[in-house]
Design a protein around this ligand. Sequence first.
Ligand SMILES: Nc1ncnc2c1ncn2[C@@H]1O[C@H](COP(=O)(O)OP(=O)(O)O)[C@@H](O)[C@H]1O
Ligand SMILES: [Mg+2]
Length: 320
Amino acid sequence: MTLRDIIYKDTVKFILSGGKGGVGKTSSAGAMAVLSAQHGFRTLVLSTDPAHSLSDSFDQDLSGGDVIPIEGFDNLWGMEISTEKGMEDFQKVIGDGNIGPEAQMAAGLMGDMTGMAPPGSDEAMAFGKILEFIEDSSYDRVIFDTAPTGHTLKLLELPDLLDSWLGKMLTLRQRLSSMMGALRGFFGGGDQEDSSWQMIQQTKDKIRAARIELSDPDTTQFVVVMIPEAMAVFETQRLLASLGSWHIPATHLIINQLVPPNPSCSFCSKRYEMQQSNLDDIRELYSDMDLTEVPLFDGEIRGIEGLTKLGKILIGEEVE
Ligand SMILES: Nc1ncnc2c1ncn2[C@@H]1O[C@H](COP(=O)(O)OP(=O)(O)O)[C@@H](O)[C@H]1O
Ligand SMILES: [Mg+2]
């Protein structure tokens, strides 16, 4: 299956664009979002990179933590996930913003017992949003412009971490509840259940559902963007290995920023040869994947026009 097939396939709900810093993740995410919208899908493009550049890429302010309609479309929206707003939303998912006394006590004990703090970083916020959009059926397609590899790997290992953390909380709950029952009797408190436990169970269920969606090749594709340079090859190897271990489908590679041959310029020729030699290695290394080669443009890729041009190359169409 080509990238074109993936982009136009209507079962594909999530496309993630990832890779090393500066290789073209944001441009590719933007271009795939424009293609999806032009095809008629109600499309949301979401940046999970704390160093956002989606606004710059679309040449429109998409910051502020809300979904913003993208100018020139009636079926394309964008959003840079805001750390602060994301934290509030994440707490809502986790426990309506106020975690009950039993859960607090368990969380405290967990901290003491395992030293494992509840996830609450940038990744957790981005993940809270992902959970929200996985449940949301108002979009046919959600495209993630992810952060450079290390950060994104942390984000993608969160479901596992959270699942086991919440699982431990629930186990502790069983031990605690008899104790809390005794305390309630002692102090004469009511015996109403702490609703945050229910929230924890629900969050755990949501995470399970997200993991199933994110590992289904009919629903999800992680498109790895790279440039033909050794460092990017190493990083791609690591990224693909991690994606494999989490069963996140990744069968498409975008090889970006290929310089054209230019025999009259020795600097250009050296770069061309270096890239071609790496490209040979990449073709061999990833012979079982679908590779899309993208030339280096003579200018920056910005705005709908630039993204449309890149999009055409991604789906194998001629550009003028
Ligand atoms: N094929 C290309 N030709 C020319 N410029 C490119 C190409 N791909 C990316 N760029 C430019 O390189 C910079 C980094 O691209 P970006 O998509 O933001 O990468 P990332 O999100 O991986 O950091 C941007 O200024 C973008 O316009
Ligand atoms: Mg980027």
